[in-house]
Design a protein around this ligand. Structure first.
Ligand SMILES: [Zn+2]
Length: 290
């Protein structure tokens, strides 16, 4: 870790606590980054993010995986230099639609597909009056194949793709909060896997969207921070997955937001409230208009 810090020109991480859990702070141009040896969840700017491999300490020396340094720490410390393209076009993807209803709102009995469309239309209104060309993958209650959602972004040469969803903890009604996902970089384990066998087999597979690892993570950090600040919902962190077909085929930065849990009674009621969905839209728009 110290060698890498020297190479990129930031000071070495400082040890904060030397007891059983050794935690460190890395001072960077983007602000302090807090992490702990042996833990995959770290903190920056008031939000959590997941690493593929936890940092390790051997003989008092701190190690991070090379891919983690390149794909997680580098985009994070370089966030200050982040800029949006001048020809901005974003494709907003309201998850589900038609027969694909998504998850059910515990409080209202309505479905995820309706809430994602409403969120997308609110976001479209905010972004299209702030310098973005906005295209939605669907404008009404219709079923759109995942491959078509990617094709729509390809057709209009989008500079960014954002898929909007709401989550379900299935039988776990306690689980709540916001998650922001991007594609797991090659060689790193995902924070969320659907099929462990498939995940292990695909660790070395490259997808078109891997060309955007750096910006994927930067957009995810910026948008996730804005979402947590605006909504005050529990922070489930910026995470990475490779099973999301709507992300991995993208030839542009792409992310997927889970804007709360429809299976949690409290969040189900919140998501049913148009004021809350407006907050979700404002949060994403703020991160993209700076
Ligand atoms: Zn969904």
């Amino acid at each position: 870790m110290d060698n890498w810090c020297d190479a990129v020109g930031v000071s070495h991480p400082q040890l904060l606590s030397a007891n059983a859990s050794r935690s460190y702070v890395l001072s960077s141009p983007s602000g302090p980054i807090n992490f702990t040896a042996g833990l995959r969840v770290a903190e920056w700017g008031g939000i959590n993010f997941w690493m593929g491999y936890p940092p390790r300490v051997t003989n008092q020396v701190l190690y991070v995986h090379t891919a983690e340094a390149q794909k997680t720490f580098l985009p994070l410390i370089s966030l200050k230099a982040f800029y949006h393209e001048t020809n901005r076009c974003v494709v907003i993807d309201p998850g589900h639609g038609g027969r694909s209803v998504g998850t059910k709102n515990l409080a209202t009995g309505l479905y995820e597909k309706d809430y994602t469309l409403d969120w997308a239309i609110r976001l479209q209104t905010l972004l299209s009056t702030n310098g973005w060309k906005v295209v939605l993958t669907r404008y009404n209650d219709m079923d759109v194949a995942l491959s078509n959602r990617v094709a729509i972004a390809e057709q209009c040469q989008a500079s960014l793709f954002i898929s909007l969803h709401f989550n379900s903890g299935d039988v776990n009604r306690e689980r709540r909060g916001i998650e922001t996902y991007c594609l797991t970089p090659m060689g790193l384990p995902s924070s969320l896997t659907r099929d462990p066998v498939d995940e292990a087999a695909n660790l070395r597979v490259t997808y078109p969207n891997h060309a955007y690892d750096y910006n994927n993570f930067q957009y995810a950090l910026k948008i996730h921070r804005s979402l947590i600040r605006e909504t005050g919902l529990p922070d489930q962190g910026v995470q990475r997955a490779r099973f999301m077909a709507v992300l991995r085929g993208q030839n542009r930065p792409a992310l997927l937001i889970e804007g709360g849990y429809l299976s949690n009674p409290r969040e189900a009621r919140l998501i049913a409230d148009p004021h809350f969905r407006q907050k979700l839209a404002i949060a994403v728009a703020r991160a993209l208009v700076d």
